[in-house]
Write a protein of this length. Sequence first.
Length: 396
Amino acid sequence: MMKKVLSLVISLLVMLSVSNEVFAFSAEGEMSSNERIRQVAIEFVEKEFSDFSDSNDVKSSVVDSKAEGLKKHMLDRKEIKAYKEKLIGRKLTLKSFKVLDEQLVPVNENTEDVLLKIQYNYWDGDLESKLIADYKIRVTRDNDDFYVYAAISNDLSDGTLFPENLTLEAKELPLDSQINSSAMNKERAFSMGNSSIDSAKDRFAEYIKSIEFEKELNDQSAIRPMSGRFAYFSSQQKANMRRYQDNYFNGFNSAYYNFTGRGGDCTNYASQILRAGGAPFKSSSSSSITGSNYWYYRSINERSSSWAGVNELRTFLVNNSSQGPVGYFSSTFGALDTGSIIQLKNDRGRYYHSVVVYKKGGDPWVTAHSSSYSGYFSSRWGGIDNVKIRIDGYYY
């Protein structure tokens, strides 16, 4: 009896050992597969898709042969980049890049979406610039090989082609048009989407024409005289706002709630910069969220809607006549100085993004959140409809 029990125990141990080996092999294989998918996606972005890729070949070994929508999109990206550089007269030169975040999202048994967040440090002409861009890369599996079937971003090129992508996170970026195009024959797929590249080029050309005559404006008489207890931003206060942008355009101040994922953090960031420049709160005693007649922040649940809302901040600034920062509409970029705000408007007339001037100029140096950027306005948002709010100081 004892021998039978011992024999049974040994058999069970052997079975468990084999089972564990199979499980370990399976897990190792899965990890290897995921790692390969990740590597394919990152190398594709780095070498062939990003704004800093030197490749002009859309017949890459990692691009799915059936991905006609992706091939057309890659050609459009290269065309709009070259077009922008020609009109602006500046070249992009990469200094470094770093993958900040990566996620794999299963689509089906043989397909994964790779979500990437990448930080780029680069020269835009003579200006050292920084950008955090999101990517959604669809990778398919064919036996033991992996191919890129579709790709989209909110970077410099895709932001110009599809302005609606600019404030989207990786998981929100749409791939449908590429996937639908790839389902067609090559000729039809390549004939579609021409309107996107053509309209993007038209928008950018009109933008360049509009700033040709603006250049740098230094005429201080253009400053609107203000009555009452009003203070113009001093040189030191402007320096404080620039220092704040240096510290937080690519990060978050823990003293304030991060609105990423709740409509975006761009206007919250803009308000923080004005506050760093010495603009006083216009507070309410309310313990809840108040309207655009006020401008203040105590917590996520005790603040004015104008603190983090695009439309509400604009409404407050141009109507304020007492405590807090005050602004007025300007027709030129060159009239905007440190702390002034540019708000973007989509083709449906909705304002959706706030950008803050770091240093004045006909093509101002700006910073923003959602997604993080520091560089020339034209490279990121040139050609997008906007309103310019000049902010020279505040009431106290």
